[in-house]
Design a binder for this molecule. Structure first.
Ligand SMILES: NC(=O)c1ccc[n+]([C@@H]2O[C@H](COP(=O)([O-])OP(=O)(O)OC[C@H]3O[C@@H](n4cnc5c(N)ncnc54)[C@H](OP(=O)(O)O)[C@@H]3O)[C@@H](O)[C@H]2O)c1
Length: 317
């Protein structure tokens, strides 16, 4: 079948990845465009191709499109052609600034279509992107992939979106191809990035904590891998107490603690002692220890550890 014929029959056929022939997928699949074929963009495009969508791709350096074209993707010569090929365009470039820069020359190609951005960034970046898309007479959804490229397409992979609700409803089934745990957060376009930043705030401190622990055991000649089962169990425990702390924060009531600030304050000395014994740099812990000292000084010793949020909140200007 020629590509035009495929469009006419509503993409009931898609390229078979294994033997290069066409197979019937039984239902209509929306043509999609993926812009940006880095690690994440390539995973998104591959997942759409495997799900039977006619997938048009574009990347600044065309070489990254080759494996996808071999799987059945259509490589557009220009970003404008890529956008013109589908009603739904997914952009996964490094950030909003680069996305806007790459789309400078598209003219009115986006008009009447939907752009979904899946790059990392800030809520302000998402708001500016939303205004730019609206100015191009197009619809917009912003999203975040909360996993690694290898997890794209799995039933439990989390992605969240915010922006135009009707558009989310219209494309939900197609977006779910990228991850079964697809969540709509609300019609404000910056919500996905707000939650991405808020959820992501645990990543670096958690990883640093693991590396710190690994430095402690390896200083004793033990393998870092011996830590893994216990650290995973520990993280599960930490996750299990989030909702209790969230309830305390939402109620603004910290007076019935299961773990007090005082308990954590006592642990400061242990951190110093073990750090010295293992001969490791513990300076990354200093700001956290300072926070605990300030909380104790302010009289929060017997309050829940969740009351630290009151020290993080700056007074309103
Ligand atoms: N990888 C992950 O685990 C992961 C997970 C969740 C979210 N994300 C987010 O997904 C987004 C993409 O990540 P990635 O891992 O795919 O990054 P990547 O592998 O570095 O790919 C970056 C993409 O942006 C393009 N690009 C960069 N500068 C450009 C420019 N000036 N003009 C045009 N295109 C440009 C690159 O094109 P070239 O190939 O031509 O350089 C490539 O397509 C990021 O916002 C990232 O934070 C990534």
């Amino acid at each position: 079948l020629e590509r035009d014929d495929q469009s006419k029959v509503g993409l009931k056929l898609s390229k078979n990845l294994l033997n290069g022939s066409y197979r019937r997928v039984g239902e209509e699949r929306l043509p999609v465009t993926v812009i940006g074929l880095g690690n994440m963009g390539s995973a998104l495009a591959e997942t759409f191709i495997k799900a039977g969508h006619l997938t048009t791709v574009w990347n600044r350096s065309h070489v990254k499109a080759i494996p996808l074209v071999e799987m059945g993707a259509v490589l557009a010569d220009t970003i404008k052609d890529a956008i013109s090929a589908s009603p739904l365009i997914i952009a996964c470039l490094t950030n909003y600034g680069i996305t806007l820069q790459a789309m400078e020359e598209i003219g009115d190609a986006l008009a009447g279509r939907t752009l979904v951005t899946l790059n990392s960034g800030t809520p302000d970046g998402a708001r500016k992107m939303a205004m730019w898309v609206t100015g191009h007479r197009a619809k917009f959804l912003d999203g975040a992939v909360k996993n690694v490229p290898e997890a794209v397409g799995r039933p439990d992979t989390l992605l969240y979106y915010s922006g135009d609700k009707d558009i989310f409803n219209r494309y939900e089934k197609t977006l779910k191809v990228l991850g079964g745990d697809t969540v709509y957060l609300g019609d404000e376009p910056d919500l996905a990035k707000l939650y991405e930043m808020a959820v992501g705030a645990t990543l670096l401190p958690t990883l640093l904590g693991f590396f710190h622990g690994a430095a402690i055991v390896t200083a004793r000649g033990l393998q870092a891998s011996t830590l893994v089962p216990y650290s995973i169990k520990w993280l599960e425990m930490i996750g299990s107490i989030f909702s209790e702390y969230a309830d305390e924060i939402d109620a603004g009531n910290y007076t019935n603690p299961s773990a007090s600030i005082g308990i954590f304050y006592e642990g400061i000395e242990y951190d110093h002692e073990v750090g010295e014994e293992a001969n490791i740099d513990v300076t990354w812990q200093i700001p956290m220890h300072d926070l605990l000292r300030r909380a104790v000084k302010a009289g929060h010793q017997d309050n829940s550890i969740s009351s630290l949020i009151e020290l993080l909140r700056k007074p309103k200007q």
